[in-house]
Design a protein. Structure first.
Length: 76
C-alpha cells in the first residue's frame, strides 16, 4: 500500500495547476489536479506521486522539490 501522497500546491488559476501537473508527469511522477472551492472562490489542488514504501518517501519528495516545488509536503 502507498504511504503518502505529496501536496504540490493550491492554485487559483486552473491553467497553472495543469502546468504544474504536466511538469510532474513529464518527470515521471503521476500528478492529479482536483478542483475545489473555499469561501466561494475556486481553487485547484495538485497532488503527486504516491510513495510505495516508507523508504521511497524521501527520494520522491526530493525529486519533486528539485523540479521547483520547494513547498511540497506529504499529506497525512
Amino acid at each position: 500500500t502507498a504511504v503518502g501522497t505529496v501536496q504540490i500546491g493550491i492554485f487559483s488559476v486552473a491553467a497553472n495547476a495543469r502546468r504544474a501537473a504536466d511538469m510532474l508527469s513529464r518527470a515521471g511522477i503521476p500528478a492529479t489536479v482536483t478542483p475545489g472551492a473555499t469561501q466561494g472562490k475556486p481553487f485547484w489542488s495538485v497532488t503527486a506521486g504516491s510513495a510505495a514504501s516508507q523508504a521511497d518517501r524521501a527520494p520522491l519528495l526530493e525529486k519533486i522539490r528539485a523540479l521547483g516545488f520547494t513547498d511540497a509536503y506529504f499529506l497525512r
